[in-house]
Design a protein around this ligand. Structure first.
Ligand code: ADP
Ligand code: ASP
Ligand code: MG
Length: 412
């Protein structure tokens, strides 16, 4: 039997009514002759609520118990979806991650998928089951305990199942009708893309566009999964939504494909550290061991033999970063005069594979920001992206201005 993976995000399963609506879509694909693996998220807002409960109970929580709590949201929607399908006379059952079993590393809260054995589900499909409803976002670690895959992880569950089962397609149903040139909630004139290259989607996702989890795009690229993003609220035809595909399958595209933002960033500066071999390792080693996700790094010479070291990280990791650096200082591994944390910054990025062959794109970006009076605090670039750190209060203005200056509302 041909097989499809259909993933429904939080807003698409937010109420019993929406679960029914999603189940009807699944029923239509079954009627079209497919076996279907449905991946569900928790009802929208549920995971945030669960995370909040964990933090309130234990600020320095045990990550294994965090996973035990936050994985429960998907358990509920998986069962409800299976029941809804059964009510429609579609043979279906639910599976929690560990029952599949979706095997992961034991990096709790950010586990990576190691293996998805197909035998259990295949046996049930062979027995006449038409739909396997799998709880997204979760698996079982090599420590034998429930794990979760990081926020937005149900996208990754979906793509991983599509790869493991050789699905014809992996359809990600969400609350927008595809991938846009930027978040359509911020820029009204954002344009839906019919196609986007894996590389561009990967950058946009890792730079903050949460429409797909970064890891899901990586997996789709590696295993050549036919990945489509579409709306669960509209009627879709064969060509609906956005296809994430190889660069060669895109005929025309703009130099800049999209603008991404990440709102909750922080900039931390260690003032006056010794400028000697090994200093970066002595600072960033402990940060990495403390699980701080350092993003941008800038080193400036401030005076003879001394340097300022600046890095950015998610704002909710600043406390951990400060503790790690302080511990390294107390142990005598590093020395600095002061640590200054600016918790009011955001990162705005432009992404496009066309930037490989076009000079001057970064300069055009800086000019556009300067025309709006926006000060740039840190810059990083790669072959296909430019990112800047700016004051958070200008973030939306910056996204808007960049969308305008690169003419993203118009197709190439
Ligand atoms: P789900 O709950 O279905 O997983 P998410 O909230 O995780 O949905 O992702 C969808 C959201 O991603 C959209 O509502 C939109 O606000 C946001 N988003 C950010 N950047 C983009 C983009 N470039 N294109 C489409 N949506 C985007
Ligand atoms: N429910 C999880 C989250 O909100 C996973 C997901 O929806 O993809 O992060
Ligand atoms: Mg999501």
């Amino acid at each position: 039997m041909p097989l499809l993976v259909m993933k429904f995000g939080g807003t698409s399963v937010a109420t019993l009514d929406r679960i029914r609506r999603a189940a009807k879509r699944v029923g239509r694909e079954v009627a079209n002759g497919y076996d279907v693996i449905v991946i569900v998220s928790a009802m929208s807002g549920k995971t945030n609520e669960l995370v909040g409960w964990v933090r309130e109970t234990a600020p320095m929580f045990d990550a294994r118990e965090y996973d035990a709590v936050v994985s429960s949201g998907e358990q509920v929607t998986a069962g409800l979806m299976a029941l809804t399908l059964q009510e429609m006379d579609v043979p279906a059952r639910s599976w929690q991650g560990w029952q599949v079993p979706l095997k992961t590393t034991s990096a709790h809260g950010a586990a990576r998928i190691v293996d998805i054995p197909t035998d259990n589900l295949t046996e049930k499909f062979n027995d006449g089951m038409k739909v396997a409803v799998v709880a997204g976002f979760q698996g079982i670690g090599d420590d034998g305990r429930v794990t979760t895959l990081g926020r937005g992880g149900s996208d990754t569950t979906a793509v991983a199942f599509a790869a493991a089962f050789g699905a014809d397609r992996c359809d990600i149903y969400t609350d927008v009708d595809g991938v846009y040139t930027t978040d359509p909630r911020i820029v009204r004139k954002a344009r839906k893309l019919d196609r986007i290259a894996f590389e561009e989607m990967l950058e946009l996702a890792s730079l903050g566009a949460k429409v797909l989890q970064t890891r899901s795009v990586e997996l789709a690229m590696r295993y050549k999964v036919k990945l489509r993003v579409l709306s669960s609220f509209e009627d879709n035809d064969e060509n609906a939504g956005t296809l994430v595909c190889a660069e060669e399958d895109i005929v025309e595209s703009n130099v800049v494909a999209g603008v991404a933002y990440s709102r909750d960033e922080a900039k931390v500066t260690l003032i006056s550290v010794a400028d000697r071999p090994g200093i970066a390792a002595a600072i960033f080693g402990p940060l990495s061991e403390a699980g701080v996700n350092v993003d941008m790094i800038v080193q400036n010479i401030s005076e003879e033999g001394r340097t300022d070291m600046t890095f950015s990280c998610p704002v909710d990791e600043v406390t951990r970063a400060e503790a790690a650096v302080q511990a390294a200082k107390d142990a005598g591994h590093i020395n600095y005069h002061d640590l200054v944390a600016d918790e009011g910054v955001a990162k705005v990025s432009i992404v496009g594979i066309g930037m490989r062959s076009h000079a001057g794109v970064a300069a055009q970006m800086f000019k556009a920001l300067s025309d709006e009076g926006i000060n740039i605090k840190v810059i990083t670039t790669s072959e296909i992206k430019v990112s800047v750190l700016i004051d958070r209060k200008y973030m939306e203005l910056a996204v808007q201005a960049l969308h305008d200056v690169f003419g993203l509302e118009r197709a190439a």
